[in-house]
Design a protein around this ligand. Structure first.
Ligand code: NAG
Ligand code: NAG
Ligand code: NAG
Ligand code: NAG
Ligand code: NAG
Ligand code: NAG
Length: 474
């Protein structure tokens, strides 16, 4: 009974998450991207290894000359070289990092006392070679839906070490190679993995800059949190992001869901971003709900050179009743979407279907708006999409429109007669107004101050694919 109850509860809690969990955006990091990451990572690890600090060491040993008291101090790293490293993906697991043939040069001072009273001192250099480090890291999603890397294992081994002395007698070398060398190598080895692990976790502050909720404008924001943990395959890391527009502060799911889509195997760029038709349609839903898809068109918005003006004389030539009942008045149109527009992505093209209404009003001398008629409008629009920095922008063109009469306050008339006037209004005013908004674009998922270079954009069935290399400005 109890078990069943908690099962039901769990299902109730998780069912909506599971159903709505298809990503709207897929981000793929390719081998090339990983290689770029490796270079940044190596620079960071190198910096970290420079900070190895070995505490002073002292002791007593019996060598050829008798009992020697020694002390090594002021040991510091002078050089770290990481000439070769590789990053590999473990399908279904994480990422492995292998550093080989690395070297570390350390300098310090030595001081000895022997035969009770003879003192000597000088400096030395320790060259550690054939250092190898192997680290594994896991990539997961943190509670905010941002990626998180953590190291799951690390081993470090020092191959060989050679010491050079300045000053001192040759027996010092024996003292060193017999007793001190090992201790120094141990002390150094012990510090490498914690520093590499730290370098790995230092990536997280950068990953936390993922814009999981990116503001678009006063109406909308777009959510880019991960819907599940990243998938690691043979040659990619894929991040599945929500990719959904919402009204700011009022998150309501649209009556349609994201469809699964899979990215093509392109790999010539560091990063591929697949944006689904769902993302674009969630935007249409949000702007429609916000009441942003309506526009009053008045005569002053019609370019001066147009011979067609928005007044009762113009409309009167097609609908004589209008000229008769409302002589010499200006006309105002309200163009409004009647349902949220639908965006379809087909190979090579973006099509938008938008239905709406056009209501015409005569503007009375006292400012009162008197309705003349309302028309239903169906349009067929195509869109061009383009990248503007880290934003995706668009421009639409009207292909076709058709009008039918919804309501007339001025008797029957042939709607067809108004086609040319309304076509002009759409092409000269409505579409350009929409394009001013679309030209601003909306933010793509990004980390910090990321820049896209060498971008390619292609339209597939149901998704857009952006292929790009990336760079970061500090
Ligand atoms: C993120 O990674 C850090 C170490 O890199 C780890 O301590 C932390 O627990 C991880 N957080 C999550 C939510 O996985
Ligand atoms: C989408 O794909 C994921 C992973 O392949 C799968 O788990 C999920 O059930 C799929 N969802 C739908 C609605 O097909
Ligand atoms: C527009 O209207 C037509 C005819 O009523 C309908 O078939 C179509 O689905 C509508 N499209 C949209 C996007 O509402
Ligand atoms: C404005 O003028 C129209 C036409 O002359 C008239 O019918 C209407 O009552 C007037 N409205 C107001 C608020 O004065
Ligand atoms: C929209 O117009 C384009 C170009 O004229 C045409 O290819 C397409 O079939 C039209 N779509 C619809 C739904 O009418
Ligand atoms: C993906 O690869 C195909 C085939 O090489 C190419 O035609 C297309 O332009 C590529 N698309 C992107 C976005 O890189």
């Amino acid at each position: 009974m109890t078990v069943c109850y908690s099962c039901c509860l769990a299902l109730l809690v998780f069912a909506p998450m599971i159903l709505g969990s298809n990503p709207g955006v897929e981000v793929r990091l390719t081998q090339k991207g990983l290689e770029y990451g490796r270079q940044i990572g190596m620079a960071s690890i190198q910096k970290k290894l420079q900070t190895i600090s070995i505490p002073d060491m002292s002791g007593k040993e019996r060598v050829k000359v008798g009992k020697v008291e020694y002390r090594l101090s002021n040991m510091h790293i002078v050089n770290v070289g990481l000439p070769s490293s590789t990053v590999n993906l473990v399908p279904g697991g994480g990422v492995t990092l292998a550093i080989s043939n690395a070297f570390i040069n350390l300098r310090g001072n030595w001081r000895v006392k022997y035969l009770r009273r003879i003192r000597d001192s000088g400096s030395f250099e320790l060259n550690v070679n054939q250092l190898s480090v192997s680290a594994t890291m896991a990539v997961s999603s943190d509670p905010t839906g941002r990626p998180n890397v953590s190291s799951t294992s690390c081993t470090a081994a020092v191959g060989s070490a050679r010491v050079k002395f300045r000053g001192g007698a040759s027996w010092l070398y024996n003292l060193f190679s017999k007793y001190i060398d090992r201790a120094l190598r141990k002390a150094m080895e012990k510090q490498i993995c914690p520093l590499v692990t730290k370098a790995i976790s230092d990536v997280n502050p950068h990953l936390k800059t993922l814009n999981v909720l990116a503001e678009v404008d006063k109406y909308a924001e777009v959510e880019y949190s991960m819907v599940r943990s990243p998938t690691v395959s043979q040659s990619y890391i894929d991040l599945s992001l929500k990719g959904e527009f919402y009204n700011i502060g009022r998150h309501q799911e649209p009556p349609f869901a994201a469809q699964n889509f899979s990215l093509p195997p392109n790999a010539s760029r560091m990063l591929y971003i697949g944006l689904s038709a769902f993302t674009l349609n969630s935007a249409a839903f949000v702007y429609d709900r916000a009441g942003a898809l309506s526009l009053y068109v008045t005569d002053d918005m019609i370019p001066k050179i147009s011979p067609i003006r928005l007044n009762t004389r113009t409309f009167g030539t097609f609908v004589p009743q209008i000229a008769k009942r409302f002589p010499n008045l200006m006309v105002k149109l309200l163009v409004r979407a009647s349902a949220n527009p639908v965006v379809r992505l087909e190979p090579g093209r973006v099509a938008v279907q938008a239905n709406g209404t056009v209501t015409a009003y005569a503007i009375q001398a006292n400012g009162t708006l008197t309705p003349l008629f309302m028309l239903n409008l169906e349009t067929n629009i195509s869109a061009q999409v383009l990248l503007k920095g880290m934003r995706l922008a668009a421009a639409v063109t009207l292909n076709r429109m058709s009008l039918t009469l919804a309501t007339s306050y001025v008797g029957d008339f042939q709607v067809r007669a108004l086609d040319s006037v309304l076509q002009m209004v759409l092409k000269l005013v409505v579409i350009p107004t929409v394009n001013v908004q679309l030209a601003k674009g909306y933010p793509l998922p990004a980390l910090g101050k990321m820049e896209l270079v060498n971008t390619q954009l292609q339209i597939y069935k149901d998704f857009l694919l952006i292929g790009t290399d990336v760079g970061f400005t500090a």
